[in-house]
Design a protein around this ligand. Structure first.
Ligand code: DAH
Length: 332
């Protein structure tokens, strides 16, 4: 019977080695070690033997069972490794495999404009800064010299976020709060531009969006004057739009600048594009940003990007800029 057990073990070794899949191996496991296996059959015949013979045979049976388990486990590990390789191969995605005849997508028109503007300002020596879109009242309003009951707060239809004290947290209504954050984060001289998304509680129509984009500029240095402001806007206008374009400033009011102005860009055909606001940074704003207005002065400006992009590319309805229609998007 010991010979019989050896034969069963040898036979098992060969059969395990011949199996090609984990599923077949599970079947074979049951066949070799289960209730109806040859080994169990041998075990059943033990009743007729003497105690010594039973002990010897029992040891041989256990040893055979152990080695068959070992064959199965080793083969299982091999097969699983192979199957994993095959599966990885099958599920492999070559992300560099872009077909030249297919449109792989591109940056959105607004992103392209932001990158172009950043290039212009970086060329003028500015650095690009960013700030949060969910902003607190201090940065969006109070720190920018909007008094608590100042009517200027109503110039901007604010989305309030239901967090903290009432009216304390807002979706930023302009990129100007980043002026405050830049001043908090660094000492002058400051030459920063800040592109970003802003929010106003307005119904969207052809010329308004509730979610749109602005770019903000902040300069703080020794001896900065209104002349530097006008010169920077002029240089920017020519660099961005081209030599046929010029700019003008008109007096205006913003709580965070004094004096303040609005600026327009004149197209070669003589028509005007109203771009944004600007002015000399108000002494209160410098103070709120931790900067001594007796020592430093600065200018700031900010303007919307969506109308600018739309005019430049002949888009007549701003809502198209938020569309996901590839027929629209693929034109730019
Ligand atoms: N934040 C203003 C707005 O959204 C635009 C603006 C005006 C920005 C004057 C400025 C500025 O930096 O100096 O209407």
């Amino acid at each position: 019977m010991i010979d019989e057990i050896r034969r069963i073990e040898d036979d098992a070794r060969g059969r395990v080695a011949a199996v090609d899949t984990v599923a077949e191996l599970v079947e074979l496991d049951r066949e070799l070690l289960g209730k109806r296996s040859a080994l169990t059959g041998t075990k059943r015949q033990m009743g007729a033997l003497s105690e010594d013979e039973r002990r010897e045979l029992g040891a041989a049976l256990n040893a055979a069972q152990e080695s068959i388990r070992g064959f199965l486990a080793a083969r299982r590990a091999e097969l699983e490794a192979v199957e994993r390789e095959v599966q990885l191969g099958a599920e492999r995605l070559d992300l560099t495999e872009v077909r030249a005849d297919r449109d792989a997508g591109h940056l959105h028109l607004i992103t392209q404009v932001v990158e172009e503007l950043e290039d212009v300002f970086v060329g003028l020596g500015f650095t690009v800064a960013e700030g949060p879109e969910v902003e607190d009242d201090w940065h969006n309003f109070t720190g920018l010299n909007f008094g608590t009951y100042h009517p200027a707060r109503d110039m901007q239809d604010t989305f309030f976020v239901d967090l903290g004290a009432p009216r304390e947290v807002v979706l930023r209504t302009h990129t100007s709060p980043v002026q405050m954050r830049v001043m908090e984060g660094q000492a002058p001289p400051i030459y920063s531009v800040v592109p970003g998304r802003v929010y106003r509680n307005e119904a969207a129509d052809a010329t308004h969006l509730a979610v749109f984009h602005q770019i903000e500029c902040l300069v703080v240095d020794h001896g900065i004057t209104f002349g530097h402001l006008a010169g920077t806007i002029d240089r920017f206008t020519k660099a961005f739009f081209g030599p046929g374009y010029s700019m003008r400033l008109r007096p205006a009011y913003f709580p965070f600048t004094e004096p303040s102005a609005e600026f327009d860009v004149q197209r070669p055909d003589g028509t005007w594009l109203e771009l944004g606001g600007c002015g000399m940074v108000h002494p209160n704003v410098l103070r709120n940003g931790g900067i001594d207005p007796e020592e430093w002065s600065g200018f700031a400006f900010g303007f919307g990007l969506d109308r600018l992009a739309a005019t430049r590319h002949g888009v007549t309805d701003l809502r198209e800029l938020a569309s996901t229609d590839v027929r629209f998007l693929s034109q730019f």
